[in-house]
Design a protein around this ligand. Sequence first.
Ligand code: F6R
Length: 243
Amino acid sequence: MSVKIIRTKDYDEMSLRVAELLAAEIRAKEAPVLGLATGSTPVGAYCKLIEWNKAGELDFSGVTTVNLDEYKGLDGDNDQSYRYFMNTNLFDHVNIDKTRTHVPDGTIEDPEQACREYDEIIAATGGVDIQLLGMGHNGHIAFNEPSDAFSEGTCCVRLTESTIEANKRFFDSADQVPRYAYTMGIGSIMAARKIVIAVSGSDKAEAVKKAFTGPVTPWVPASILQEHPDCTLVADEAALSLL
Ligand code: F6R
């Protein structure tokens, strides 16, 4: 297995390690392109980045970002949208130029147009230097759910019941979780020069085991990361407990 593993004691240490990897990339390049994720996993790392930015130790002025995904039908002012999440958990608190922060546009009705436009945005950045990922309980990365083939570019996906179930905690009820999302494809994720996947908690241990020690299969989307030349798994002891 070529995936590097950074084992941490707990969520807080995982967050620190992830933030250090992102910060190193930001410091190393004049115009770094970060691929970012939403969800519970990266929140602690974003807090660290904000802390270092406020302390004058980390400059976001040259940074461009592309996010993995967005719910179809939600606009950026909707507090359940991933654009809103990124603004409130990171962008509003650092000196980043918001016009260089990109999230798929959930308000575009036509999936073909939405996906084409997002692929053009990703291409115009010149490519992602470091892509941060979380992982779903079913091994999904971004909203690429288990299926019989790996996706290429941005696509419109129907969320699985397990993902709707997992994400309903952010909504008033499961009924309110949008059924469709726009997501970066597996091909686009794999094109990133570096990948960091962060995983925390014993509830993800089975998925970690399947993704990183099992066969590479689109039925466990994260398993494709075994084929990436520079992928680091940052996970706490609980998430690594079955490895
Ligand atoms: C979020 C994303 C998802 C999450 C995954 C884990 O942009 O693409 O794949 O990374 O569902 O979510 P959490 O971190 O909430 O467990």
